[in-house]
Structures are given as C-alpha cells and as structure tokens.
Ligand binder design. Structure first.
Ligand code: SF4
Length: 253
C-alpha cells in the first residue's frame, strides 16, 4: 500500500465527520482535468502489499490522534489499485475510525471484497461521463470494446453500492468542455433507468482550477486554456432539469 501524501485534518471530505485524508498513488485513468497529476504520473507503486513509508507514517499519525478524529478518507489516485488496501483499512478500523473510500469504480471486484469484509463505511463513486464522451473525459485513447468494458465495470460498482447497506454518493466533476448539457441529461437518464425508485445523491461539482492539471503535462495541451467551469447560474439551470430524472441531484459549487 503506497500513499503519496496525506492531510492531517479535513472537515470537508467526509460528510459530517472530522477526518484525515490520504492519497493513494497511481490511477488507471488519465482525466485531463485531474489535479492529482503528481500522484498519477510520478507515483506508480501499486503492486506491493507492503506498506510504504508514507503509509506507515500516516498510520502512526492516526494512532496518536485517533481520539480527535472520527474518520479517514482513502482517496487517490485510485485506492483500489493498491495491493495492500485491505490490510491498511483493517488497521484503520481497529483504531475505531470510520472509512470513506473515493473511487472511480473501475475495480468492482476489489470494492466487493472491501464491502463484504465491512471495511468501508461510505463510498464516493466518480461518475465520469456518458458513453459518447467517456474516452475524452478519462483521457484514454481506447477501443470501443475497451470503453464498453470500462463502463460496464463502473455499473457493476454502482449496482454493488445499490445493494449494500452503507451510505454512498455519486459525484461528477463537471467541466464545460467535456459535459455539455445533453451529456449530463443522458447521464441522469441512465442513472434513473436503473435506480429502482431509490433516491440517491448525485453531486455535480464544478471544475475548479487549483494548480496544474494532468492535461497540462501533455504536449497536445501546451499553452491552451483547456477547461473551464459553468457559471453558477448555468449549473443551477442544468441541475433543475436533471432533477426530473434524479431527484437527489445536488450542486457542489
Ligand atoms: S480524476 Fe481521473 S486520473 Fe485523476 S485520480 Fe480521479 S480517476 Fe484518476
């Protein structure tokens, strides 16, 4: 288990909990708007079940400060790519802390394992885009078959969450150039089609530029202002339209 960094205290990342947050190294996607480029490009250690020095240090910190904390967010990168995540989560649970997992949903088998072992208490599942815009959004030049396989894996993760008794949210970082209103409507219709009357929370998070994004490491994007957010009133309008399909949709602006 390799983490590339951690934050000792966060009041925003785990709903209603005082939490620490750690960032797992590596990800199988290359979303150009990703702010975690350093985690993705430079830290690819994912196959070792052994804890890296940062993971050890983080656990040590949690042990010392557990009485001031309620939870831990395991974020990334993509944490489910890490070979030692089960052990890591076990150690955190032994300290009496709750765990929120941030995931892109492409490893449903790993997710299932953690859920069955009751090692996670809350999941934030990224919902990247509608099929037509998928490859562009996740930054991969992949075949139609690869894309369909990836989307299918994502649905498997969503189906798992819909069947277990833990809290979860779906969330989308909305980028104007990647998420035209019609794509967001299609995403809403797709969610609603399989929701089985279940009201689930879907957070639309406006893209915010804070530092260098992954796309800017690619030559093709050099010197381009590639992405921007919708205006708040535009987001509001889109959300109102989506509500007809997904009543639990909310804005995080
Ligand atoms: S935004 Fe995309 S590339 Fe970045 S960590 Fe999330 S899934 Fe991976």
């Amino acid at each position: 288990m390799h983490i590339a960094g951690y934050q000792k205290l966060s009041l925003q990342d785990y709903p209603k909990k005082v939490a620490a947050i750690c960032f797992a190294a590596g990800c199988q996607l290359r979303c150009a708007y990703c702010h975690n480029a350093e985690l993705i490009i430079k830290n690819r250690k994912i196959n070792s079940g052994v804890f890296g020095s940062q993971a050890e240090e983080f656990l040590h910190y949690l042990k010392k400060r557990k009485s001031c904390l309620e939870g831990v967010v395991i974020s990334g990168g993509e944490p489910l790519m890490q070979a030692g995540i089960e052990n890591f989560a076990e150690k955190i649970k032994e300290m009496g802390l709750q765990i929120k997992l941030d995931t892109n949903g492409l490893l449903p088998g790993r997710l299932k394992d953690l859920l069955e072992r009751q090692l996670i208490d809350y999941v934030a599942l990224d919902y990247k885009n509608y099929s037509q815009f998928w490859n562009e959004t996740v930054g991969l030049h992949q075949s139609e078959a690869q894309k369909v396989n990836q989307i299918d894996k994502w649905y498997q993760s969503l189906s798992l969450l819909r069947c277990v008794d833990i809290a979860y949210e779906i969330r989308t970082t909305v980028v104007k150039q990647l998420h035209p209103p019609e794509a967001l409507m299609q995403m809403a219709k797709t969610l609603s089609a399989a929701a089985n009357n279940k009201t689930e929370e879907w957070f639309l998070q406006s893209f915010k530029r804070s530092g260098k994004i992954l796309g800017e490491y690619k030559a093709e994007y050099e010197n381009k202002e590639i992405f921007e957010a919708y205006l708040p009133q535009e987001m509001q309008r889109i959300m109102e339209q989506i509500k007809a399909y997904v009543p639990g949709v909310k804005l995080r602006i």
